[in-house]
Design a protein around this ligand. Structure first.
Ligand code: GLC
Length: 442
């Protein structure tokens, strides 16, 4: 820590102890200095202000949110009342890194973070481990029915709701309207169209997506595979592995053909943010990404393609006629070891209400879960593509559903990445994956 920051903190402590600074001002100042929520809690305790009297300070760490919308929502909440003050920390954009951080905290039964933004693939694991506080008792069924049923189901495990489904997510195909005359329907259409755009010299890359060895790759992979009618585990019997089916191998073969062709070799290191910055810099004709990339792409202060792109639903191939987005999304879970459950719920509940849901939809193009948002005129004006999303959510499919998902995803990441690097032929990578998965799920 630099000496200026240390002096600023010392000054805050002196003022706080002397009663010349309110808890709220303290928390706000700490946010400006970029102090972590747990450090602020320790400082407040040291000032003798950790107990009753002042507002309850609740720490929230989210998935990465780079438009400033989460900070704005926190500020509005903090200004709306005096009893609870939320301190927000922006998390990493790699979901795996956030999971490592939270699991380390939870295994130590720590409550340094009261509210955790949770990826849709975590609730079963968190529920089974007793890591979050079930919210059934706090969230009336009469309210719950107003939200998209899929994400609510995704938060439910063993009959209890382990987190509040703040927003859902579904993969989309972004394309440049000035370069692509007719958006593609099939993976072959996309390949040809991207090749044409590339050959015309208008862009550096035809198609960018998420090819790094991490969770995002699994989402991209299942979308191509589902589009060809393939699967990873048999949907009717999740103990049967199906990765050696011709359709699954065909999907992977298609992806491998893109690397070093319509996609740069470096796509094997790309995560969402790499694809997004490349696309909004005007360097690619197509991109696979989540809805959040839309608001960034339409923001003139960061994007070179404002008004020059649109989104299309997920593609298909082989004898299939429907594409399937991979289902993602983020929930707000309350740390089971938190001593501030009621205060945390107050904020979580605020985030689920219409004003917060609407602001997240308009400013950050987040596909929130309150159903009425998809018919809201202001939302549709800001993000016209929300009108196309109902069928996308209806046909979206989850990543393999199994309590062993943490191991399953690592195996998929490893084998698919091997194939993308051409270290294994697609069919061989899929047999190796079958062997690994069989050992995990049976
Ligand atoms: C998005 C999705 C999440 C997924 C992640 C992968 O954040 O919402 O469900 O796991 O991308 O990178």
């Amino acid at each position: 820590m630099n000496s200026e920051r240390r002096e600023a903190i010392d000054e805050m402590i002196v003022k706080m102890r002397a009663g010349r600074m309110s808890r709220r001002a303290f928390v706000e100042r700490a946010a400006v200095l970029g102090l972590s929520a747990s450090f602020v809690g320790t400082l407040l305790d040291a000032c003798g202000s950790g107990g009753s009297g002042g507002p309850t300070v609740v720490a929230w760490e989210s998935e990465n949110e780079a438009t400033g919308t989460y900070q704005d929502l926190v500020n509005k909440f903090n200004q709306s009342q005096k009893d609870v003050q939320v301190h927000w920390t922006n998390g990493p954009s790699d979901t795996g890194q956030l999971l490592t951080k939270f699991s380390t905290m939870l295994r130590a039964r720590s409550n340094s973070i009261d509210i955790m933004s949770m990826d849709i693939i975590w609730p079963a694991q968190f529920g089974a481990s007793g890591w979050t506080f079930p919210i059934d008792g706090k969230w009336p069924a009469s309210e719950r029915q107003n939200y998209l049923p899929g994400p609510v189901a995704g938060c439910t495990y063993n009959g209890k709701i382990w987190a509040a489904p703040f927003r859902t997510d579904a993969g989309l195909i972004y394309y440049r309207t000035d370069l692509v005359p007719t958006p593609p329907n099939t993976w072959d259409d996309l390949t040809n169209s991207a090749q044409q755009a590339l050959s015309s010299g208008a862009v550096k890359y035809g198609y960018v997506w998420q090819g790094a060895q991490y969770e995002g790759l699994v989402c991209d992979f299942v979308e191509v595979v589902y589009g060809y009618g393939g699967s990873i585990l048999d949907p009717n019997n999740p103990k049967t592995v199906t990765t050696t089916s011709p359709q699954t191998v065909q999907g992977l073969t298609q992806m491998v053909s893109w690397v070093g062709g319509i996609s740069p070799q470096a796509v094997t290191t790309y995560k969402e943010e790499d694809a997004r910055t490349t696309f909004q810099n005007g360097d690619a004709a197509f991109m696979r990404n989540w809805p959040y990339a839309y608001a960034h792409g339409q923001n003139a202060s960061e994007s070179k393609i404002v008004g020059k792109f649109d989104v299309h639903t997920m593609l298909y191939g082989g004898s299939n006629t429907t594409g399937h987005s991979s289902l993602g999304g983020w929930q707000l879970g309350i740390n089971a070891f938190s001593s501030k459950t009621d205060a945390a719920w107050q904020f979580v509940h605020y985030m689920m209400q219409e004003p917060a849901q609407k602001e997240a939809a308009i400013k950050a193009s987040l596909t929130v879960t309150l159903q009425s948002i998809y018919d809201d005129a202001d939302v549709l004006k800001a993000n016209p593509f929300f009108a196309k999303l109902k069928p996308v959510f209806q046909t979206a499919q989850p990543r393999p559903v199994t309590p062993k998902y943490p191991d399953v995803t690592l195996a998929i990441q490893q084998q698919v990445h091997n194939a993308l690097l051409k270290q294994a032929a697609p069919a061989d990578a899929m047999s190796a994956l079958a062997t690994q998965l069989q050992g995990i799920v049976s």
